[in-house]
Design a protein around this ligand. Structure first.
Ligand SMILES: C[S@@+](CC[C@H](N)C(=O)[O-])C[C@H]1O[C@@H](n2cnc3c(N)ncnc32)[C@H](O)[C@@H]1O
Length: 254
């Protein structure tokens, strides 16, 4: 049980050894409240309430702010994103590249619905976007992505399609080779593991999720490490992301 006493600026939490009281602004209290907020947001479908430049974007805004920090610092030549849906995140990455006057994005989706394709193709950002339709783990699709990347180009990969452990693991294996040394392979939506029991979840998610895929992937190779990108600016007391993407950032080290 978590109790928030706004008047006195305190948070009380029950643990195995009784209850603990924390200052509301302590990093520990912030983490607990954030966890509760994420769970509330999951049930309320909060992430289904945003758009970017006119297109629905199914993301927690903080995740977009953080990935923006990584993209700006890394300055990749290309971002490959699996999972287009309405195109909001594709447009988001393209708009960063347009503002940076550098870079482009390749989107992959098993089904690009005609109205979504039409809206993305008509968008101001489309000159920095290409789309490939097909399953992200289909060998032909992976080869088609590869054909769009020139030798020496630095790529970053963001996996936001089907979030089962098997699919994400297959994507990690298929797309790892595109990631530039020093850049990131990002497995989105590991939050699934943390909301089991909530609405629209299934008990298997406890192990069938992107975080498990990341653990399996890391166990089979040594060229990637799980590494949180550092916050480029932080004058506050919080140093952990509030995120739908826990344990998501794999940095290529060789
Ligand atoms: C969570 S949505 C993507 C959200 C989008 N990135 C955004 O931020 O708005 C997941 C998408 O993955 C696509 N998808 C599901 N299975 C797939 C697969 N095997 N290969 C590629 N895309 C897939 C779905 O069609 C859906 O559009």
């Amino acid at each position: 049980m978590l109790k928030i006493d706004m008047e006195n600026g305190l948070v009380e939490v029950d643990g195995p050894d009784g209850s603990t009281t924390l200052a509301i602004g302590s990093p520990e209290a912030f983490k607990l409240i954030s966890k509760a907020w994420l769970r509330s947001g999951w049930d309320a479908k909060y992430v289904y309430s945003f758009s970017w430049m006119g297109r629905p974007i199914i993301q927690l805004p903080e995740d977009m702010m953080r990935i923006q920090e990584v993209i700006y610092a890394q300055r990749p030549d290309v971002v490959i994103e699996t999972g287009i849906a309405h195109g909001g995140s594709l447009i988001f990455y393209a708009s960063l590249f347009k503002a940076m006057n550098h870079g482009r994005v390749i989107g992959v989706d098993i089904e690009i619905r005609p109205h979504n394709r039409q809206a993305i193709e008509a968008h101001e950002m489309f000159d920095r976007i290409s789309m490939i339709e097909g399953s992200s783990v289909d060998a032909g699709v992976v080869a088609a992505v590869g054909k769009q990347i020139a030798a020496g180009e630095r790529a970053m990969v963001i996996l936001d399609s089907n979030h089962t452990r098997a699919h994400v693991l297959a994507e990690l294996r298929a797309y790892a080779g595109f990631v530039a040394v020093g850049s990131y392979l990002v497995a989105c939506d590991g939050i699934m593991q943390e909301v089991v029991g909530a609405q629209r979840t299934s008990p298997e998610w406890i192990s069938d999720n992107p975080q498990s895929a990341v653990a399996n992937f890391l166990a089979e190779r040594d060229d990637f490490v799980l590494e949180e990108p550092a916050f480029p600016f932080n004058e506050g007391a919080i140093s952990e992301r509030v995120t739908y993407w826990p344990n998501a950032f794999l940095r290529r080290i060789k």
